[in-house]
Design a protein around this ligand. Structure first.
Ligand code: ADP
Ligand code: ILO
Length: 346
C-alpha cells in the first residue's frame, strides 16, 4: 500500500480516536518504522484517514503493529477499553462460571442469541498485510481443519468464490454471512482479492458457523433462536477448544487474542441478542442509561452501521479487553434482564 508520508489533515467534523491521538509528534516518530511484514503507520491509519466518520480509524497489520506503533495504539486502546499499557488480559471460557438463566423463557422479547469471537493464526500477518498466497493457503488449512469436526459441530465449508448470488444474499439476510464491500475494511486493505480466500463453514442447523478471512482470519460463531445464552456460550467454548487443538491462535499476555481492529482485542468476543423493545425505543434516554450501566452497545439488526427495524435491536457487550469472556456474556445477560424489566414496566 503506497501512500503519502505527510501528516493527515483531519477536518473539524472528524471525531475518530485516530484524529484524537495522532499528533504531529507521534506521526513523525512513527512514520519511518515498519514491522517485519512491511506494515507501516500509513497502512495502519489509512482507513481512518479515508473514512473521516470512523469511530476508531486504525487497523493492525500484524501482532507486532500493536507494539511498533504503540505510541498511537496505546492511547486508542486506553480510551476505548480503559486498559493501560501495563495491564494484563485474563481469559476465562468456562461456562460453569456463567450465571445466565434465560432472561425470556416465554420468548416474548428475545428473537435470537449470537456469540462470536475473532481469532487469527499465530506467526502470520493479519488480514490488512497478508499476501494473496498466504490467504489462500490459510483458507485451505482452516477449512480442512474445520471439516474434521465431529458431532453437532460437523459441517461443510462454502467458499465465497463461486457462491450463487441468491445463496449469498439469503445467508446475509438471515444474519449468517458477512456483507461485501465494507468501506472501512476496504480502506484497511482487508478486501484485497475479494472474494478469493473467503468463505463460511457451518453445521446443518446453522447454530455453529465460522467465517474465514473476513476482518479476522476466523470468526467463530454460535447462534440460535431464543434467549438460552448459556447454551450458546457452551457450544461456542466447545468449538473454540476443538479448533484450538488444530490451529495455534495469535495471543499476547498483554492484549489477549490479537485482532486486526483494536476494538476486538482481548476476548475478541461480541455476545448479542436480537431483542424487541418497542416501548423503550420511544425513550432513548432511558434505553441508553441502562445500556451504559451494563456496558452494552446498541446496534441495528443488520449489524454494525445498520438501523433498528420495528423496535428490534442488537444488544451486545461493549467491553472486550481486560475482562474475561464469562464477564462479557454476564454483562450482556444482566443488561438484557434489566432492559426486559424496564420494557415490561412501560
Ligand atoms: P460482528 O458481530 O461479527 O462484529 P456484525 O455486527 O456486522 O458483525 O454482525 C454480523 C451479523 O450477525 C449481522 O447479520 C447481524 O445481524 C448478525 N447478528 C448479530 N447478532 C445477532 C443475533 N443476536 N441474532 C441474530 N443475528 C445476529
Ligand atoms: N474502523 C471502523 C469500525 C471499527 C469497529 N468495528 C469493527 C467492525 N471492527 C471505525 O473506526 O468506525
Amino acid at each position: 500500500m503506497e501512500q503519502e508520508n505527510d501528516f493527515p489533515n483531519f477536518p473539524p467534523e472528524c471525531h475518530s480516536l485516530l484524529c484524537k491521538y495522532l499528533s504531529k509528534e507521534i506521526f513523525d516518530a512513527l512514520k519511518d518504522k515498519q514491522t517485519r511484514y512491511g506494515f507501516r503507520l500509513t497502512d495502519a491509519i489509512h482507513s481512518g484517514v479515508v473514512n473521516i466518520d470512523s469511530g476508531i480509524g486504525v487497523y493492525a497489520g500484524d501482532k507486532e503493529s500493536y507494539f511498533t506503533f504503540a505510541a498511537l495504539f496505546d492511547p486508542i486502546i486506553q480510551d476505548y477499553h480503559g486498559f493501560d499499557p501495563v495491564d494484563k488480559h485474563v481469559s476465562n471460557l468456562d461456562p460453569d462460571d456463567l450465571d445466565a438463566p434465560n432472561p425470556d423463557p416465554e420468548g416474548e422479547y428475545i428473537l435470537s442469541t449470537r456469540i462470536r469471537v475473532g481469532r487469527n493464526v499465530a506467526n502470520l500477518p493479519l488480514g490488512p498485510a497478508i499476501s494473496k498466497a498466504q490467504r489462500n493457503r490459510l483458507e485451505k488449512d482452516l477449512s480442512d481443519a474445520l471439516m474434521t469436526l465431529k458431532g453437532t459441530l460437523a459441517g461443510t465449508y462454502y467458499p465465497l468464490k463461486g457462491m450463487s448470488e441468491g445463496i449469498r444474499s439469503q445467508l446475509i439476510e438471515d444474519h449468517f454471512l458477512f456483507k461485501t464491500g465494507d468501506r472501512f475494511l476496504e480502506a484497511a486493505g482487508l478486501n484485497r482479492d475479494w472474494p478469493e480466500g473467503r468463505g463460511i463453514f457451518h453445521n446443518d442447523e446453522k447454530t455453529f458457523l465460522v467465517w474465514i478471512n473476513e476482518e479476522d482470519q476466523l470468526r467463530i460463531i454460535s447462534m440460535q433462536q431464543g434467549g438460552d445464552i448459556k447454551e450458546v456460550f457452551t457450544r461456542l467454548t466447545t468449538a473454540i477448544g476443538e479448533i484450538e487443538k488444530k490451529v495455534q491462535f495469535s495471543y499476547s499476555q498483554h492484549l489477549g487474542y490479537i485482532t486486526s481492529c483494536p476494538t476486538n482485542l482481548g476476548t475478541a468476543m461480541r455476545a448479542s441478542v436480537h431483542i424487541a423493545l418497542p416501548k423503550l425505543a420511544k425513550d432513548m434516554e432511558t434505553f441508553k442509561a441502562i445500556t451504559d450501566k451494563y456496558h452494552l452497545q446498541i446496534r441495528g439488526i443488520h449489524g454494525e452501521h445498520s438501523e433498528s427495524e420495528g423496535g428490534v435491536y442488537d444488544i451486545s457487550n461493549r467491553r472486550r479487553l481486560g475482562v474475561t469472556e464469562v464477564q462479557c456474556v454476564q454483562d450482556m445477560h444482566d443488561g438484557v434482564v434489566a432492559l426486559i424489566e424496564k420494557e415490561k414496566s412501560l
